[in-house]
Design a protein around this ligand. Structure first.
Ligand code: OSB
Ligand code: MG
Length: 373
């Protein structure tokens, strides 16, 4: 298909409540929406680079720069037969996974729409519904956390993840385990600890956690293998995994026993699928992480999470849990049984609400033909 036109939009959406993690507090979320017009269809993707370089080195301006100056020029105006061909045209760009993933997602949507099949089907998804959980930021007290968890369990969520940071960890885990003995619970440290904290993580072994997510350095694989050796609870890597190669190193070194897949962190759905398939072959469960996406990115996440080895509930919550109004229709909702329906219509399977998208757009640029507008 001929890549006729690409549009980037820098969006900024207010969160319904601040999200507190070991990396800081987020009040709103900035991402880039990528629109690709090709072969008479329109594809949408979301680059999850944020306003700050606290989770990843990428930010909205760095992703914009890489998209505008390298990725878009490599495919614009070209006849492209499939996603792999597009990827090969910009493969020499190193890193910048979030920039790449936003463009790749828009291409996947466009190619699925051209084939008139759902993104889930095109990715190899096998489920009609996916199990979903909720990721809760650090709360002011154990009591406040218990109340939040009660609300989310009432909404149907199957699994609770809490953010932890030094000084805000074991007391929250202990309080939740006491109040909810059978709760499916996991923690995410976002790299806030070091190997000096081994005794803390050994204590966590007593609380039947599903997993401990990214306790140590955000690029580390080696120290995590030393920690995993000391623990019964599986470690799950998030930040440290950018590729299939990182995944192989982490699994072969026994640095983790579970992998969090975020397409934005690994450069797109193509690499996500490679990681998914490798983990399946090694009996390593995977689950879908989240980056507080708008409905456009969320649609892609739900589709990817419908693949068979996504056996643990994902950080994929209802639109309402993040934003007062989403930019897609229908919005994503959680079913009372803690699942989310996988869209069945062509591509991402939801419509972009252009009025809402315009409302949250702070900057946009159109790339068309040989001339940038
Ligand atoms: O570490 O998983 C993370 C959000 C932004 C950056 C990093 C992370 C998160 C979350 C939120 O945990 C998950 C969600 O989208 O619900
Ligand atoms: Mg994480």
């Amino acid at each position: 298909m001929l890549i006729d036109r690409i549009e980037l939009r820098h969006i900024k959406m207010d969160l319904v409540s601040p999200f507190v993690t070991s990396m800081g507090t987020e009040y709103d979320e900035e991402h880039i929406i990528v629109r690709v017009d090709t072969g008479g269809v329109t594809g949408w993707g979301e680059s999850v680079a944020e306003g700050t370089p606290y989770y990843s080195y990428e930010t909205v301006p760095t992703a914009w720069h890489i998209l505008k100056d390298f990725l878009i020029p490599s495919i614009l105006g070209k006849e492209i037969s499939g996603i792999d061909e597009a990827i090969s045209l910009y493969a020499r760009v190193r890193g910048h996974m979030m920039a790449k993933a936003g463009l790749e997602a828009a291409l996947w949507d466009a190619f699925a729409k051209a084939k008139k099949i759902s993104l889930s089907k095109m990715l190899g998804g096998t489920r009609k519904k996916v199990d979903v959980g909720v990721s809760i930021g650090i709360q002011s007290s154990e009591k406040a956390l218990i109340k939040k968890v009660e609300t989310h369990l009432g909404e149907g969520y199957k699994r609770i993840k809490i953010k932890i940071a030094p000084g805000n960890d074991i007391q929250f885990v202990a309080a939740l385990r006491k109040e909810f003995p059978g709760l499916l619970l996991q923690v995410d440290a976002n790299s806030a600890y070091t190997l000096d904290d081994i005794s803390l993580f050994k204590k966590m072994d007593d609380y039947k956690l599903i997993l401990i997510e990214q306790p140590l350095g955000y690029e580390d694989i080696f120290d995590h293998s030393k920690l995993q050796r000391e623990l019964k609870t599986p470690i799950c890597l998030d930040e440290s995994i950018h590729s299939l190669d990182d995944t192989r190193a982490a699994i072969e070194l026994d640095s983790c026993r579970i992998i969090n897949i975020k397409p934005g962190r690994v450069g797109g759905f193509t690499e996500s699928k490679l990681i998914h398939d490798y983990c399946a072959s090694m009996n390593i469960p995977v689950w879908h992480g989240g980056m507080l996406e708008s409905g456009i990115g969320r649609a892609g996440n739900v589709a990817l999470a419908s693949l068979p080895n996504f056996t643990l509930p994902g950080d994929i919550s209802a639109s309402k849990r993040y934003y007062k109004e989403d930019i897609v229709e229908p919005e994503f909702v959680v079913n009372p049984d803690g699942t989310m329906d996988v869209p069945t219509k062509p591509g991402i399977g939801v419509e972009v609400n252009m009025k809402m998208l315009d409302k949250v757009t702070v900057k946009s640029q159109i790339f068309s033909g040989l001339k940038y507008i």
